[in-house]
Structures are given as C-alpha cells and as structure tokens.
Design a protein around this ligand. Structure first.
Ligand code: ATP
Length: 215
C-alpha cells in the first residue's frame, strides 16, 4: 500500500489542490492520498483562517467523489500546534506496512528548513515536491545537501536513508486559497475555482465574506 500525505491549511480547498493530488496519485502510483488538515498552522498566522470545522467540512465535500482520496484529521485531533514530522510518525504507527510519501507544493518546500525537525522527514519517508507557478525549486535543502545524491536513472534525489526526494512537474494552475478568499471578500465569483459543493458551503456559511471567520 502506497500512501501520500498531502498537508495544508485548505482555507479553502480548491481545484488546484485536487488536481495536484490526482497527478501525484497517478504519477507516483499511490493507492491513497490523505489530505492532512492543519489545525493551527505553524507557518500561517493570518486572522483569516476559517474555523477548523468549516475547513474540514469543505475537505470532506471536496474528496467525497474520489475513492482514493481521504481526509486525515490527526493534526486536528492532536492538541497543540501541528508539525508534519509528528503527523508522519502517527500515520506510520497506524499503518506500519504502508509506504508513505509526504507531498507538498514547491512554495511550501522552499520554506521547509524552518520546520520543526525537517531533516527527519526525509529519514522517515519519501518526499514529493509538486511544481507551482512562480516558484522554482529543484534541489534538496542546502543544509542537507550532503545527505542526498542524485540518481539519474530514477531522476530522484536518493537520501542516505534510502528514501527518495522527487520534484514532480504537474499541470500549472495559478490558483490559491488567498486569491479565493479575496474574491469572496470582494463579492466576486469563485465558480470553477472550487468544487461546486465547496462553493455552496462557503456561501451558505458566509465564509470569507469580508469578515474574519473565527478559528
Ligand atoms: P494560501 O493562498 O492561503 O497560502 P494555498 O492555496 O497555498 O493557500 P495551502 O492549503 O496552503 O493552499 O496548500 C496546501 C498544499 O498545496 C501546499 O503544499 C501548497 O504548496 C500546495 N498547493 C496549493 N496550491 C497549489 C497550486 N496551485 N499548485 C501546486 N501546489 C499547490
């Protein structure tokens, strides 16, 4: 069983998240992609983060029609701040026979050296970095360069642990949650940027509509 862990604030989940997950599922032959909802994102302190229950509901709606997509709420269920290394450990403890790939966009990867015990992530599992318009990153973190060597046959960076670091070009979609929030606040359409069910949920609950949603 090959499982991808795709973390995010999902504030809200949008079609670029879903397409990215679908492409990594297909290209890396993953059996399942778990969307890991970040409860209290260590890297985002904006006051515009919708309540975790809203973000969870929107994720549930967004993945409902894909048999290989699930929502992982371990960071929501764990008290305190959320760190990816703890999430990976918890997922591996629950499914010891699975092979895990930690999936993130290039913008998130560009900041990985500020994450708690980030070097351990590469020791624990494969890492797949998805291309994102406007961000060019295609090398291991500078502080860890010596832990990797480039495997030109597989076109991956092989970590000393045996795990792989892969840079995966995906269909470029210039869509972001912050742009969607801005459109909502301005009373503009978000149709086709998010699944229809998510759009309906946002409007039904008045999310991002020019006021700050409680978290
Ligand atoms: P915000 O605009 O609020 O910063 P976001 O659109 O980047 O949000 P997140 O929930 O922070 O969404 O992203 C979750 C993961 O999805 C991150 O690893 C991010 O890099 C990746 N991601 C988000 N949008 C895209 C995109 N358009 N293309 C590729 N990866 C993306």
């Amino acid at each position: 069983m090959r499982v991808g862990l795709f973390g995010g604030t999902f504030n809200p989940v949008h079609v670029a998240h879903l397409r990215a997950a679908e492409e990594v599922r297909e290209l890396r032959a993953l059996d399942r992609v778990e969307f890991v909802l970040s409860a209290i994102p260590p890297h985002k302190s904006e006051a515009t983060i919708a309540a975790v229950d809203h973000r969870r509901h929107m994720l549930d709606l967004a993945v409902a029609d894909h048999a290989a997509f699930t929502v992982n709420t371990s960071e929501v269920d764990r008290p305190g701040r959320s760190y990816s290394i703890d999430t990976i450990g918890a997922a591996q403890a629950q499914a010891p026979d699975a092979r895990f790939t930690f999936v993130l966009g290039a913008d998130a990867f560009a900041e990985i050296e500020s994450w708690k015990r980030f070097d351990e992530i590469f020791t624990r599992c494969d890492v797949c970095v998805l291309s994102r318009p406007g961000v060019s990153v295609d090398r291991p973190p500078i502080a860890m360069e010596n832990a990797f060597c480039y495997d030109s046959d597989r076109r991956v960076y092989a970590h000393a642990s045996g795990n792989a670091l892969v840079f995966l070009p995906i269909t470029p979609l210039v869509i972001s949650a912050s742009d969607i929030r801005q459109r909502c606040a301005a009373g503009r359409s978000i149709r086709y940027l998010v699944p229809r069910e998510v759009e309906n949920y946002i409007h039904a609950h008045g999310l991002y509509a020019g006021r700050i949603a409680a978290s």
